[in-house]
Design a protein around this ligand. Sequence first.
Ligand code: FES
Length: 103
Amino acid sequence: MTLHRVAGVDDVGEGCLLRVEVDGTALCLARLVGGGFAAINDTCTHEDESLSDGDLEGTQVQCPAHGSLFDLKTGEPSGFPAEISSSVYEVTVIGEDVLVDMP
Ligand code: FES
């Protein structure tokens, strides 16, 4: 695995989502309320929608199209209509840089 810089700490506000890319893979970067970052594949597993256009609900991100929630720790959807888990990635903050661990 390799650390990839995807954003600066101040590029995404607390409670907000930001679409970033690593080697052509789109990720939804989340800055959690109360601290910390998380990252999940940006493309919803139900249809081709960008999760970063959705909303952050605690430690889940809600797809803007049909409302499925994805857990940012496990990638698992909460239920219908999405049934397939997404990929989640380890996020590290070093100084002012936000880095995602990806192959
Ligand atoms: S496209 Fe995401 S729940 Fe349907």
